[in-house]
Design a protein around this ligand. Structure first.
Ligand code: PGA
Length: 225
């Protein structure tokens, strides 16, 4: 089964360092079982889109909750599609925490993403699974990928126990239906194998910033002999 690997670069890199990353990342080593998505900042999309080689896919870290129009500073879903973006991360805990995104904002972003044919990765923590599900239209649920991201595991080096990921995935599937569930939070080349046994992929922040390290994470998609 295909596993999803999202490289969430967050607010890191310049055009020059993003291009260096792409040159250094060895595409030929990507296992056939992996779908690998690079999610850079908006300002890097054009450069990354121009340099990205198959089978890598392009993702964005956010999308406007509004369509094309008079919304100063916003980047809308149609503009992302125009840059060949296929996936979009929505409702990351850093967006909720530092930019005060509400469940309804996240629902509106998901709707814009889906209307324009983007594949949304909806980030959730345990305590607001039901509240976020309640804010969504039931028609938005198919095509959704959910990323379980416990806030204490993000960027901390304290990755969540695998049995916790399993339990919360079941809770997510109860609330959202049989959606793919991926895990994010201090995933690295050492621990990725255990998460791939219980999930449909991983969302990787810190360990995605270095191309050699990220290639080792992705290599874990190879089925064990
Ligand atoms: P991390 O980030 O891998 O650095 O913990 C994950 C995320 O925030 O998606």
């Amino acid at each position: 089964m295909t596993k999803l690997f999202i490289a969430n670069w967050k607010s890191n890199k310049t055009v020059a360092t993003a291009e260096e990353w792409l040159k250094a990342f060895d595409n030929s080593k990507i296992p056939a079982e992996a779908e690998v998505v690079i999610a850079p900042s908006f300002s890097l999309l054009l450069a990354v889109s121009a340099q990205l080689k198959s089978p890598l896919k392009l993702g964005a870290q956010d999308v406007s909750l509004f369509p094309m129009g008079s919304y100063t500073g916003a980047v809308n879903a149609q503009q992302l599609v125009d840059q060949k973006v296929e996936y979009v991360i929505v409702g990351h805990s850093e967006r909720r925490r530092y930019f005060h995104e509400t469940h309804q904002d996240v629902a509106n972003k998901l709707q814009q993403a889906m209307l324009n044919g983007l594949k949304p990765i909806l980030c959730l923590d345990d305590e607001y699974i039901e509240a976020q599900a309640a804010a969504l239209e039931s028609t938005d649920l198919p095509n959704l990928v959910v990323a379980y991201e416990p806030v204490e595991a993000i960027g901390s080096g304290h990755n969540a126990p695998v049995d916790q990921v399993q339990l919360v995935s079941q809770k997510i599937k109860l609330a959202f239906g049989d959606v793919p569930v991926i895990y994010g939070g201090s995933v690295d080349e050492q621990n990725v194998h255990e998460y791939l046994l219980v999930s449909d992929g991983v969302l990787v922040g810190t360990a995605s910033l270095d191309p050699v390290e990220f290639a080792k994470v992705v290599a874990a998609a190879h089925p064990k002999k």
